[in-house]
Design a protein around this ligand. Structure first.
Ligand code: HEC
Ligand SMILES: [Cu+2]
Length: 318
């Protein structure tokens, strides 16, 4: 159980204001419930040892019993629930994207859940930036996340930054999160969404605001194209461009945007760590690594083509 106390997905190791509220609420509940539990067990043990006192009449015994039922069965839960509401409702309120005191609106990042990957969009006057399975956000400032589902219900949850929120097809839900410091946080889909729900993880990177702006600016340009990858680009055009977007080259929809795939930390929403050769491995084995995922197997392509594709995709970075 102690494993839950730390790690990149621990709610007990909050890294932002919203998550701190949730963690405090949790500790408060743990303390109160432990007291109630110890008290109830104590009374239960005491009940074994207690004998009916001959001096008390039967009517008095009955009244005493009724007192315990009313007190322990109605009063105690009633007071506990009221206390929980008094603390929990304001904590939930603080996760809402209400207007900030200064009147300025926080940055908006859109997150869309797909079976079984994440689309992340940065609407911006200077040009929209799109990425997948990776969320880059500025540290030290509030960000409003607008989330929705593309197919079924998913849920967006970055445990170290705050509570989770459902991603419903046809509806946009909002949550405000903030990371105190730059860091890497784990996030995952928190609503069972099909067989590969487990493999629907999101890599969250909070970076200093200047680095964030620089990243956005670099991402607005098509990724620089390395020399000597023409055969791979042709194969991509033929077999992959219908589903995948690469800024400046392909406009496919239905799969993750690959414009910055070479700079990502993971592949397949957390199935593989990004390292040399990982993309080629994904292309050859993705239906074994993540059975049933929505990318068709490319068994008709020979190993050399898959390797060339992988080598080229690895060069795609801002
Ligand atoms: C029918 C649509 C489709 C086609 C065609 C397709 N893909 Fe995909 N691809 C997907 C989907 C959907 C995913 C997400 C799978 C998942 O993680 O659940 C994906 C995932 C990927 C990933 C991992 C992306 C990430 O963010 O981790 C890579 C790399 C990739 N595809 C490359 C290719 C290449 C190269 C081709 C051509 C040989 C190709 N795909 C053809 C739909 C497609
Ligand atoms: Cu999901």
């Amino acid at each position: 159980m102690l494993v839950g106390c730390s790690g990149e997905r621990s709610i007990l190791d909050p890294a932002g204001p919203a998550a701190r509220e949730v963690a405090w609420l949790w500790w408060g509940m743990l303390t109160a419930f432990t007291l109630v539990f110890v008290g109830v067990v104590g009374l239960w043990l005491a009940a074994f040892r207690r004998r009916a006192s001959p001096r008390r009449g039967e009517a008095r015994e009955r009244r005493l019993g009724l007192g315990w039922i009313l007190g322990g069965g109605i009063l105690l839960p009633g007071v506990s629930i009221l206390l929980l509401l008094a603390v929990g409702v304001p904590a939930g309120q603080r996760l809402l994207p209400l207007p900030l005191p200064g009147g300025e609106a926080p940055r908006v990042i859109e997150v869309i859940g797909h079976q079984w990957w994440w689309e992340v969009r940065y609407p911006d006057e200077a040009g929209e930036v799109v990425t997948a399975n990776r969320l880059v956000m500025p540290a030290g400032e509030a960000v409003d996340f607008h989330v929705t589902g593309a197919d079924v219900i998913h849920a967006f949850w970055v445990p170290r930054l705050g509570g989770k929120i459902d991603m419903l097809p046809g509806r946009v839900n909002r949550i405000r999160l903030e990371a105190d410091e730059p860091g890497v946080f784990g996030a995952r889909c928190a609503e069972f969404c099909g067989t590969q729900h487990t493999h629907m993880q999101l890599h969250v990177e909070a970076v200093p605001p200047d680095d964030f702006e620089a990243w956005l600016k670099a991402r607005r340009r098509p990724p620089p194209q390395a020399e000597g990858h023409d055969p791979a680009r042709e194969a991509f055009d033929e077999h992959c461009a219908g589903c995948h977007r690469v800024e400046g080259l392909a406009e496919g929809t239905g799969g993750p945007d690959l414009s910055d795939i070479g700079s990502r930390a993971t592949l397949g929403a957390g199935v593989l760590a990004m390292e040399e050769g990982a993309i080629a491995r994904w292309l050859a084995e993705h239906q074994t690594l993540k059975p049933g995922n929505r990318m068709p197997a490319h068994d008709h392509l020979d190993a050399a083509t898959l390797e060339a594709l992988g080598a080229w995709l690895e060069t795609l970075r801002p």
